[in-house]
Design a protein around this ligand. Sequence first.
Ligand SMILES: [Zn+2]
Length: 212
Amino acid sequence: MSIAWIDISVPLHNGMATWPGDEPFDREQMMTIASGDVCNLSRLHTSAHAGTHMDAPRHFLPDGAGIDTLPLDVVIGPARVLAVSDADAVGRAQLEPFNIQKGERVLLRTRNSRQPWADEQFREKFVAIAADGAHYLAERGVALVGVDYLSVGGYNAPDNPEVHQTILRSGAWIIEGLTLVDVQPGDYELICLPLKIVGSDGGPARAILRKR
Ligand SMILES: [Zn+2]
């Protein structure tokens, strides 16, 4: 019997939580069979950073690579879900106990994942990575960092750019907007595939986990 995959991507739908000022996800029905059209056809209006998505280095580094250059090895393979449930921000102190190794893929499960967040209004006070946490992840040399809300950096947080820049400059890739409600801490196999949008600073992604 095969072990079930857990979908850790949020459903993309009109009215979902959106970063303030960003383009909301909107699926517009252009044609419908019910009204006599030959097929059902939708048009998407969206930010490249809607729902579960990846940030390319270019998002915060002027000459950084686009999402289409993401090496597939980064987003397919073993990953560890780390529970940092009671912290207001994920700093060095929260991360040190996990003994993170070079090249690891780490997904941070915080209290953002107490309930599904994508159907609600944007939460200003979500748990984000603090600058010293970002520096710690960069020092450890992780390959991938995933978070369970729309940004690795906080909302209106002065260190938001530093958090992004530090992680991206280290060579790590970022997944944002995961839902880890149904995921226990531990070792998994990860597959996360963002859309191959040429030169883009990010791209919506489907991410799944399977227990190892
Ligand atoms: Zn992003």
